[in-house]
Design a protein around this ligand. Structure first.
Ligand code: SF4
Length: 498
């Protein structure tokens, strides 16, 4: 007999804790309940009888343990993954009875639910199955095995089908994408966990950062001269915190050293409205950037003030119309559900504003409170604020996306998301962000340059992926640029040899 919890052999502890977290979404007030629950959850694997038992044990007034919500099940295989999923199914049933809650994503705690749907879809097409048969296989896997709700199952199928269609023109074997990281922002948002430095403190050093980036671009481009560049994505940070001249230097170098013959998408995540100016947008237009983002996150001024965005709702409108006026016909907008003190009515008001702006795509994120974010570090300061996201709010956003003629095309999840929901990207026909799908599905190599950028080399067969990280710290990136470049050259050479 082996107890998974409260022993040194905590093989499945991480997965179980993730599931427990989903029942008790992260808020400071819940942390005690959560820790308490993990201590009182018992999981026992009886190998002799091939039986797994899960129950909650609470202390009574007399100090004895009282067992409640016990579930038992047999695992049909000795495979570790099967045992893990059986444990998760039993934990789910136990906690669902104990809390009276159902989770929209069932026992799925990973970040890419569509990957499961996509794998069944591809297997089905390889085996010449009909669409109906394939849908049935996905449904039975997601609903019966992973306990995913009907709505989320349909969403996952819908997105997997659309992703597959969009990625049809992408060459996984010889193609690749390029990511350029600019780690500066006007100010730091309350929930930010990315590599980002306030540009005010780095204005003097930004030229040196651009020099280093250009050096990395020059060397690494040579290593990919026989491959086909499919998409380029500038992210960060906020790329448009660089001046128009600095942006032009980078764009010009990219144009000089990369072959654009197979390029299908060139995105600059302009992002913060307080960084979007006419001269920067013109620089983007001059270098044929096809897709940009203007990210409000919310159209409620009080929330923008709370989250430290330092721009107004009107700045969002001005930046959007400025970009439209200059001819940008593929503009994305990012929003976050579950921001501090926002109710469903606030989200509805934001969506009404989006309707008026009529962007080409939008991504609805669920607030994820990461360890490094100020919202977590200074949690005492924000503990009176409510953080709420739920199925109703996500459905509301989905309805507005439909009104905008957008369809869901990519989705991912993160740890500690408000309401245990998901992030969904919606787009009008022909306006989906291809790079967004590629980074999630990990089907194509991404050459990533700049501070904190992670290059992922996807081998053409067998799903093997190797990673090479640049240092996150912007000063260290600049100081150690030669070392970064040598490391990356070696990494690419080794990968190219297989
Ligand atoms: S704009 Fe994005 S990267 Fe910049 S501080 Fe805000 S969350 Fe972080």
């Amino acid at each position: 007999m082996k107890t998974v919890f409260n022993t040194d052999e905590d093989t499945y502890r991480y997965d179980v804790e993730m599931l427990v977290n989903s029942f008790y979404p992260k808020r400071e007030n819940d942390d005690n309940i959560k820790t308490d629950m993990i201590q009182h959850l018992n999981i026992v694997i009886d190998k002799e009888n091939n039986l797994i038992s899960v129950w909650v044990e609470e202390k009574t007034d007399k100090g004895n343990g009282s067992i409640s919500c016990k579930t038992e099940g047999k695992c049909l295989s000795c495979d570790k993954k099967e045992i893990k999923n059986t444990i998760k199914q039993l934990v789910y049933k136990t906690l669902s009875t104990y809390t009276g809650k159902e989770l929209p994503w069932g026992i799925l705690t990973g970040i890419r639910p569509t990957k499961i749907a996509m794998a069944v879809l591809e297997e089905g097409y390889d085996a010449n199955k009909t669409d109906g048969q394939i849908n049935k296989s996905i449904e039975s896997l997601l609903k019966d095995y992973y306990y995913v709700s009907d709505e989320k199952t349909n969403l996952a199928i819908d997105i997997a089908r659309r992703e597959r269609e969009i990625l049809k023109s992408i060459d996984y074997k010889d193609g690749y994408s390029l990511y350029i990281g600019i780690p500066f922002c006007p100010t730091t948002c309350l929930y930010c966990s990315f590599t980002s430095y306030p540009i005010g403190m780095y204005r003097e050093k930004a030229d040196r950062y651009v020099d280093c980036l250009i050096k990395e671009i020059e060397v690494c481009s040579k290593k990919f001269k026989d491959k086909k560049l499919n998409t380029i994505y500038f992210g960060g940070g906020t790329p448009t915190t660089l001046s128009a001249d600095q942006l032009k230097r980078i764009f010009a170098k990219i144009e000089e050293v990369f072959d654009f013959t197979y390029l299908q998408e060139y995105t600059v995540e302009a992002g913060r409205p307080d960084s979007i100016t006419e001269d920067r947008l013109k620089a983007l237009k001059d270098y044929n950037i096809t897709r940009i983002s203007v990210n409000p996150q919310t159209m409620k001024q009080e929330t923008l003030d709370i989250i430290g965005r330092k721009h107004s709702v009107d700045d969002v409108r001005k930046a959007f119309y400025l970009a439209r006026g200059l001819g940008f016909d593929n503009i994305n907008m990012d929003f976050i559900a579950g921001l501090p003190n926002e109710s469903i009515d606030d989200v509805r008001n934001t969506m009404e504003e989006v309707l008026k702006l009529n962007p080409d795509s939008m991504t609805v994120h669920s607030l994820a409170i990461k360890r490094a974010a100020a919202l977590n570090i200074f949690k005492d300061k924000y503990k009176e604020m409510t953080i709420e996201n739920n199925v109703e709010i996500m459905e509301l956003c989905q309805n507005y996306a439909e009104m905008l003629n957008m369809k869901p095309y990519y989705m991912y999840r993160q740890k500690n998301m408000a309401g245990n929901m998901e992030n969904v990207g919606y787009a009008k026909d022909g306006k989906a962000g291809i790079y967004n799908i590629l980074i999630m599905e990990e089907k194509q190599t991404i050459l990533a340059l700049g501070a904190g950028a992670v290059t992922k080399y996807v081998f053409p067969y067998g799903g093997r992926i190797e990673r090479c990280d640049n240092v996150k710290n912007a000063d260290q990136y600049m100081d150690r640029i030669d070392e970064m470049i040598v490391r990356k050259e070696k990494f690419i050479d080794t990968c190219n040899m297989g």
